[in-house]
Ligand binder design. Structure first.
Ligand code: PEP
Ligand code: MN
Length: 336
């Protein structure tokens, strides 16, 4: 960290600051130039609030040299994090999660599992606890939904993925699902993130639609700090001034995550677009920028879907998209 002192700072104030820094375990070197005086402070600032230095009268500006996300930081490990799920290694192999927005009935989720498997995807999604904007909208089937999802996934040799909204349900999720999803609305539910740190299950952490990449990594940091380092990030679009799509898919965040972190990152084009017709193009674009996988909503009969039918692919379209994604993935890996 670099602290630039104000010109005409009082010596007494600088002494107080210097002593406080030493007391907190830092060392520093003061460099006096013609125009400015700066202190180059050495030491780990992970748990230190650099902003509080502005409380000192002598401090003009503070420049951070360390990212606040230490565990999710690329420098933490030499290799990228990979997550073993059945025969797939997320972070190395193309990983596609398909399935309906919500589990609606036993037969609907079994039909979904079959079409997801036949198309060649690896995991089955389905919400049983739905965080809906309206309290009058379908809220999900709860435990029964989780159980049906899990049975359908197992019957078809798929990994199950479902969203948790309340840490009180963690035992149920640990029992029924293979990957626990944290939705955009709960990305900063810190109590939930801490609880998930104690789970042995991999976590799929969606980006909040109003959150920065750094805030997203800090949320992953919560989970890791509490003991679970099996995390995949999921970009699902952010809120902008553009109303034509449900959200704006920020594909540059995939590049940012790859530059900043060792965690794998997947993309959900369905919730970003809100329109089935855009999913194909956005999914391909996501792979092209380096996403490790995709989460795509697909429904046996989208017009009858209880939620998000407008963005859900029909089975044939999903199957064609899977063929195209596999071919694209092969090409990208060959040319890497
Ligand atoms: C979902 O995946 O069903 C969902 C609600 O997504 P998001 O949290 O990205 O809105
Ligand atoms: Mn949905």
């Amino acid at each position: 960290m670099i602290i630039k002192l104000k010109n005409h700072a009082s010596l007494a104030e600088v002494d107080t600051l210097s002593q406080d820094l030493l007391d907190q375990g830092f060392s520093f070197e003061t460099v006096q130039g013609d125009a400015h005086t700066v202190m180059h402070v050495l030491g780990d600032t992970t748990t230190f609030d650099e902003k509080k230095l502005y409380a000192y009268d002598c401090v003009d500006r503070v420049f951070s040299l360390q990212d606040p996300f230490v565990r999710t930081h690329k420098d933490r490990t030499k290799t990228k994090t990979t997550i073993r799920l059945g025969s797939i290694t997320v972070g190395r192999d193309l990983f596609v999660i398909g399935g309906p927005c919500s589990v609606e009935s036993e037969s609907q989720i079994h039909k979904s599992a079959r079409l997801v498997k036949e198309a060649g995807a690896h995991a089955l999604r389905g919400g049983a606890y739905k965080p809906r904007t309206s309290p009058y909208a379908f809220q999900g089937l709860g435990e029964k939904g989780l159980r049906w999802l899990s049975e359908a996934a197992k019957a078809h040799g798929l990994i199950s993925v479902s969203e948790i909204v309340d840490k009180a349900d963690l035992a149920l999720f640990d029992k029924h699902v293979d990957v626990i999803q944290v939705g955009a609305r709960n990305m900063q539910n810190f109590d939930l993130l801490k609880a998930l740190g104690n789970s042995a299950k991999p976590i799929l952490l969606k980006r909040g639609f109003g959150n920065t990449v750094e805030e997203w990594l800090m949320s992953a940091e919560y989970v890791m700090n509490h003991g679970n380092d099996q995390i995949m990030l999921c970009e699902r679009g952010i809120r902008t001034f553009e109303p034509h799509t449900r959200a704006t898919l920020d594909l540059s965040s995939v590049l940012a995550i790859r530059e900043l972190s060792h965690l794998p990152v997947i993309v959900d084009p369905s919730h970003a677009a809100g329109k089935y017709a855009y999913v194909d193009g956005l999914a391909k674009a996501a792979l092209a920028v380096g996403a490790d996988g995709l989460m795509i909503e697909v429904h046996p009969n989208p017009v009858r879907a209880f939620s998000d039918g407008a963005q859900s692919l029909k089975p044939e379209k999903f199957s064609r998209l899977m063929d195209a994604l596999r071919a694209l993935d092969d090409t990208l890996k060959k040319n890497a």
